[in-house]
Ligand binder design. Structure first.
Ligand code: CA2
Length: 145
Protein backbone atom coordinates (compact mmCIF):
# COMPACT_ATOMS: atom_id res chain seq x y z
CA UNK A 1 0.00 0.00 0.00
CA UNK A 2 1.32 3.47 -0.86
CA UNK A 3 2.28 5.67 2.10
CA UNK A 4 2.07 9.43 2.34
CA UNK A 5 3.00 12.05 4.90
CA UNK A 6 0.72 15.04 5.39
CA UNK A 7 2.95 17.74 6.80
CA UNK A 8 1.72 21.08 8.12
CA UNK A 9 3.92 23.95 9.25
CA UNK A 10 3.74 26.75 11.79
CA UNK A 11 0.47 28.12 13.12
CA UNK A 12 -1.70 25.72 11.12
CA UNK A 13 -2.76 24.25 14.48
CA UNK A 14 -4.61 27.59 14.86
CA UNK A 15 -6.88 26.95 11.85
CA UNK A 16 -10.51 27.70 12.62
CA UNK A 17 -9.63 29.95 15.57
CA UNK A 18 -8.84 33.19 13.64
CA UNK A 19 -9.01 34.59 10.10
CA UNK A 20 -11.90 32.46 8.81
CA UNK A 21 -12.14 34.78 5.79
CA UNK A 22 -8.68 33.65 4.65
CA UNK A 23 -8.41 30.05 5.86
CA UNK A 24 -12.03 28.97 6.45
CA UNK A 25 -13.88 28.21 9.66
CA UNK A 26 -12.73 24.62 10.16
CA UNK A 27 -9.84 23.41 12.26
CA UNK A 28 -6.91 21.08 11.57
CA UNK A 29 -8.98 18.18 12.96
CA UNK A 30 -11.58 18.68 10.21
CA UNK A 31 -8.84 18.89 7.56
CA UNK A 32 -7.24 15.66 8.81
CA UNK A 33 -10.62 13.89 8.85
CA UNK A 34 -11.23 14.94 5.22
CA UNK A 35 -7.79 13.60 4.23
CA UNK A 36 -8.36 10.30 6.11
CA UNK A 37 -11.62 9.83 4.20
CA UNK A 38 -9.93 10.54 0.85
CA UNK A 39 -7.08 8.16 1.73
CA UNK A 40 -9.60 5.39 2.48
CA UNK A 41 -11.25 5.99 -0.90
CA UNK A 42 -7.87 5.87 -2.64
CA UNK A 43 -6.69 2.86 -0.64
CA UNK A 44 -3.52 4.55 0.64
CA UNK A 45 -1.96 5.07 4.07
CA UNK A 46 -1.52 8.56 5.47
CA UNK A 47 0.31 9.86 8.51
CA UNK A 48 0.11 13.39 9.86
CA UNK A 49 2.48 15.86 11.47
CA UNK A 50 1.95 19.52 12.28
CA UNK A 51 4.86 21.40 13.82
CA UNK A 52 5.70 24.98 14.66
CA UNK A 53 9.42 24.10 14.56
CA UNK A 54 11.49 24.19 11.39
CA UNK A 55 13.85 21.45 12.63
CA UNK A 56 10.98 19.04 13.32
CA UNK A 57 9.68 19.60 9.78
CA UNK A 58 13.17 19.00 8.36
CA UNK A 59 13.54 15.77 10.33
CA UNK A 60 10.12 14.56 9.19
CA UNK A 61 11.14 15.12 5.56
CA UNK A 62 14.43 13.26 6.12
CA UNK A 63 12.53 10.33 7.67
CA UNK A 64 10.12 10.28 4.71
CA UNK A 65 13.11 10.08 2.35
CA UNK A 66 14.83 7.37 4.45
CA UNK A 67 11.62 5.32 4.63
CA UNK A 68 11.02 5.82 0.89
CA UNK A 69 7.48 7.08 1.34
CA UNK A 70 5.49 7.60 -1.86
CA UNK A 71 4.97 11.30 -1.34
CA UNK A 72 4.57 14.26 0.98
CA UNK A 73 1.71 16.75 0.93
CA UNK A 74 3.35 19.77 2.52
CA UNK A 75 2.03 23.12 3.64
CA UNK A 76 5.19 24.84 4.94
CA UNK A 77 3.04 27.85 5.97
CA UNK A 78 5.19 30.97 6.59
CA UNK A 79 8.42 28.95 6.14
CA UNK A 80 7.42 28.72 2.45
CA UNK A 81 8.64 32.24 1.95
CA UNK A 82 11.91 32.03 3.89
CA UNK A 83 13.30 28.56 4.46
CA UNK A 84 16.32 27.46 2.45
CA UNK A 85 16.72 24.71 5.08
CA UNK A 86 13.33 23.18 4.20
CA UNK A 87 14.09 23.55 0.51
CA UNK A 88 17.36 21.66 1.03
CA UNK A 89 15.54 18.96 3.04
CA UNK A 90 13.12 18.41 0.14
CA UNK A 91 16.09 18.19 -2.23
CA UNK A 92 17.98 15.78 0.05
CA UNK A 93 16.04 12.76 -1.23
CA UNK A 94 13.74 11.57 -3.97
CA UNK A 95 10.29 11.51 -2.34
CA UNK A 96 7.98 13.79 -4.37
CA UNK A 97 6.52 16.74 -2.52
CA UNK A 98 3.36 18.61 -3.49
CA UNK A 99 3.24 21.99 -1.78
CA UNK A 100 -0.22 23.13 -0.76
CA UNK A 101 -1.52 26.51 0.38
CA UNK A 102 -5.06 26.96 1.61
CA UNK A 103 -5.16 30.57 0.43
CA UNK A 104 -4.07 31.92 -2.94
CA UNK A 105 -0.70 33.31 -1.90
CA UNK A 106 -0.40 35.23 -5.19
CA UNK A 107 -3.48 37.27 -4.36
CA UNK A 108 -2.04 38.35 -1.01
CA UNK A 109 0.89 40.44 0.25
CA UNK A 110 3.94 40.60 -2.00
CA UNK A 111 6.15 38.72 0.51
CA UNK A 112 3.88 35.67 0.06
CA UNK A 113 4.39 35.60 -3.71
CA UNK A 114 7.78 33.92 -3.42
CA UNK A 115 7.95 30.26 -2.53
CA UNK A 116 11.45 29.10 -1.66
CA UNK A 117 10.26 25.50 -1.27
CA UNK A 118 7.99 25.42 -4.32
CA UNK A 119 10.87 25.42 -6.81
CA UNK A 120 12.04 22.01 -5.61
CA UNK A 121 8.53 20.58 -5.18
CA UNK A 122 6.78 18.47 -7.82
CA UNK A 123 3.87 20.92 -7.90
CA UNK A 124 2.33 23.79 -5.98
CA UNK A 125 -1.40 24.15 -5.31
CA UNK A 126 -2.59 27.46 -3.90
CA UNK A 127 -6.05 28.80 -3.22
CA UNK A 128 -8.26 25.70 -3.30
CA UNK A 129 -8.85 25.70 0.45
CA UNK A 130 -8.72 22.27 2.12
CA UNK A 131 -9.56 20.71 -1.26
CA UNK A 132 -5.95 21.41 -2.30
CA UNK A 133 -4.70 18.73 0.10
CA UNK A 134 -7.09 16.17 -1.40
CA UNK A 135 -6.06 17.10 -4.95
CA UNK A 136 -2.40 16.74 -3.97
CA UNK A 137 -3.01 13.32 -2.41
CA UNK A 138 -4.96 12.13 -5.47
CA UNK A 139 -2.13 13.29 -7.74
CA UNK A 140 0.60 11.60 -5.67
CA UNK A 141 -1.43 8.40 -5.30
CA UNK A 142 -1.74 8.18 -9.10
CA UNK A 143 1.93 9.05 -9.64
CA UNK A 144 3.81 6.31 -11.53
CA UNK A 145 7.36 7.65 -11.16
O1 CA2 B 1 -2.44 29.66 2.63
C1 CA2 B 1 -1.70 28.91 3.30
O2 CA2 B 1 -1.95 27.73 3.50
C2 CA2 B 1 -0.45 29.48 3.96
O3 CA2 B 1 0.58 28.51 3.86
C3 CA2 B 1 -0.81 29.71 5.42
C4 CA2 B 1 0.30 30.39 6.22
C5 CA2 B 1 0.80 31.65 5.51
O4 CA2 B 1 1.91 32.19 6.21
C6 CA2 B 1 1.21 31.35 4.07
O5 CA2 B 1 1.62 32.55 3.45
C7 CA2 B 1 0.04 30.76 3.30
C8 CA2 B 1 -0.23 30.80 7.60
C9 CA2 B 1 -0.72 29.67 8.43
C10 CA2 B 1 -1.29 30.24 9.71
O6 CA2 B 1 -2.64 29.95 9.78
C11 CA2 B 1 -3.42 30.68 10.61
C12 CA2 B 1 -4.56 30.06 11.05
C13 CA2 B 1 -5.43 30.72 11.87
C14 CA2 B 1 -5.17 32.02 12.25
C15 CA2 B 1 -4.04 32.65 11.81
C16 CA2 B 1 -3.16 31.98 10.99
Amino acid sequence: MKRFLILNGPNLNRLGKREPGVYGADGLDVLEAMIRKEAATLGVLVSFLQSNHEGALIEAIHAAHDEALDGIVFNPAAFTHTSVALRDAISSGTVPVVEVHISNVHAREEFRHTTVTGAVSRAVISGLGFEGYLAALRFLAANKS
